[in-house]
Structures are given as structure tokens and as C-alpha cells.
Design a protein around this ligand. Sequence first.
Ligand SMILES: Nc1ncnc2c1ncn2[C@@H]1O[C@H](COP(=O)(O)OP(=O)(O)OP(=O)(O)O)[C@@H](O)[C@H]1O
Length: 412
Amino acid sequence: MKHFAIHATGHSENNRFEQQLLNGNAVPALSDLKGKEGVVFSEAVLEKFLEEDYRHGYSKLNAEKDRSIRTFSSGEKRKALLIYLLNQKPDFLILDNPFDCLDRESVKMLKRRFEEISEKVLIVQLLKRTEDLLPFVAEVFLSEEQKFIAVDDFLKLQKKNQQDQDLFTEIPPAPGEYVDIPEMLVEMKNVSVSYNEKPILKNINWSIKKGEFWELSGPNGSGKTTLLDMIYGDNPKAYGVDLFLFGNRKGSGESVWDIKKKIGYFSPAITELFKGTHTIEQMLISGLVDSVGLYQKPSDKQLFLAQKWLKTLGLLEKKNKIFRSVPLLQQRMILIARAMIKHPPLLILDEPSTSLDEKSALTLTNLINIFSEESETAILYVSHRREKGLNPQFVLELTPSAEGSTAKVIKN
Ligand SMILES: Nc1ncnc2c1ncn2[C@@H]1O[C@H](COP(=O)(O)OP(=O)(O)OP(=O)(O)O)[C@@H](O)[C@H]1O
């Protein structure tokens, strides 16, 4: 059986390409599959199950019936989906970037599993990262050129592409200065968290100071999102523990809204919040006023700053384009720049390179490194993938155990 991969880059103008493929239209090899039973492993399919769970309080993915699938960590949700799909005994399986959000061990385990099922089931892998390429794939279809090439030629091409990367050399200035920001932005002292008596985090001691660049890492379910949520969200677990944000104990004094004013935030999930018809320029400016989209006339100063960022990102000519109409990489860079534009005391980037190909991820890494060097912002970067070239000063590594995850600080 000949399996294949389809490579779509973040630069591709045609974001609907994957959808056409899933309908069996764009690639002849896929139209051969008509009449056969196929299943799709993708974020969109997962979302449907989550919605079902939201509406009916139950989803077919949920093995642990006493707990909503929505409370599973992102890795756990994906594993549950895969088990469900394979139980359908499909003729073919479309894997839409199956390793996004999974830790190394899970990736290894899944790769072995895919190898086994490839003996009976035809696999089509929608691929962004070369390192994710499944070993039994024979040919790669290039979505931009609309042609198949051999795997070896594909790997050579990717290597060359990564060398032709544009580098950022500077970032636009801060709009103003934050006053009364203490040296210690985040401080946790012996913080432990459990859900339904299951320990998740154990005695976490962690402090983030002004201007520091941190990476938060750990396998699926180790508690990264829980920690982030305690800082940025309104996770009730943040109250009643020794967690201090910008000098105040969380839950006393400052409101969540006041805290959010001092934090820039990006996670791929927020892209979904921007369903309106805002232009790229408006999207950037909305980062200065902490709104989802822009609903007031921008000042000259705001327009000037947006102009500088658009120039830095090479998007000046596209400033009046509707945000949702531009390619994935550009949407990603705009939302990350939106989080950076106010030079917040703390910038949180939650899995910012998800769904990007290698070259796009390098571009993003370069922007984050430069921002860290040239601004006074502290950065907290969360990811499973060790991005090539990313320069955090410290890594907080979570290691799961039966009593909850413990944390270790690694200095780079
Ligand atoms: N509301 C909740 N109720 C019960 N358990 C929960 C709840 N929220 C999270 N958990 C559990 O807490 C653990 C930590 O989850 P968390 O999402 O913080 O992990 P993570 O490191 O971000 O994982 P991933 O990398 O897969 O996103 C997981 O086992 C998860 O199932």
C-alpha cells in the first residue's frame, strides 16, 4: 500500500486547501478513495466532539464518564480521539498534523501505532513539519506547486528553504511606560493544586522577574495550562495559595481585568475569537486597547505604532486586508505582534508555533528572540517542541509524579 503526505505551508494563500482534500477533490489519489470509509484525525473533528460534550454533557470520546472530555489536557483529548477513530476500523485515515500538542513519548508511541495500522489502512498525512514525516510515506504532495515529489527530494527542498529565511533586526518602540511595576512579576511559593483529590502540581516555587525569558515545558497533562491559567485566567485554584502577581496576592486587590492590562497573551485558540471583518491594522491596534477587534477611532499615535509593526512584519501593503483572509503565518504574526505592541511587563505565548511549518516557526522564533533582547518585557513561552534557535534564559520543567508534578529550573 502506498501512503503519502501532503505538505501545506503557513505561507500558502489557500487556507481552504485542506478542506478540499478532505472532500476528496484536489488530489487524484484521494478521489480513488471514493466509496471507501475514511476518518479524519484533526483539531476540527476534535472540536465537534467537544461541542457535543458541551451541549449534551457527554461525548463518545469520553471513557472516564465522571469527567467531561473538556477538562482533559490537550494531549489527552487527542489520544482519546485517535482511539475512537481507530475503533471505527476505517479503510483510510487522514492525519491532519497528528503530532501537534503531543509530548515526545506520545509522539513515539503514536508513530509506532501508525506504522502498525499502515499495513492495513491507507494513510494520508497532512504535514507541516518535516520532523513529523511518517517513515512509511512514499511521496509528498506539495500544496503550493500542486505536484508529487519523492521523500528524499522533499527533504532536500525543505533544508534549502530554511536557509532562505528573512531575519528581523529590530522591533518598534513601546507606546509608553508602565508605572509601579515591581521587580518580581510572578511569584509562587509552595503552590500545590489538585482536581477532585487527584494531585496535579506539587510544591511549585517559581518567580519571574522583569525582562526574563522563560520557557515552561513538561509532558502532556503535567500541569502547564493549569499554571498559565492561574496566572492569566480566572482559575479558582489561584486563590488561597501563595501566588503573587505584580506584587499583589492573586484574588486580593487587583481584578483579573487589571492583571490582564499588564499581560500580552497569545494562544492559537484565540485566533477563533476574531471572526469579524477587522483589518490587519485594526487587529494590531486592538492590542493597545485590550479589546477583541477595534471599536473606536484610533489616535495618530496608535496608527503610527501600527505602521511601524506592519513595516517590521513586511505587511505594510496588506494593512487594509481583512485579517481572516490572510495566510496562517501572517495571522499568527499579527496576533503575536498584537500581544507585543504595548510592550507589556509580561508576555505569555502558549504553543505559538502550533500548525506552522519549519520555516514559519523559524521566522516566529526570530521575532520572539529579538523582542526579548530589545524590550523590557518578560516572556513566558510554553511549548512541547524545542524550537530550533529559541533562546530562553530559563526553563521551568515539570515532571509528573503520583503526588503531582514537581518543577525544576534549568538555566541556559
Ligand atoms: N477541571 C479539571 N478537572 C479535573 N481534572 C483536570 C481539570 N483541568 C485539568 N485537569 C487535569 O489536570 C492535569 C493537568 O492538565 P493541564 O491541562 O494543566 O496539562 P498540560 O501540561 O497543559 O497538558 P497538555 O500539554 O496536554 O496541554 C491533566 O491530567 C488534566 O486532565
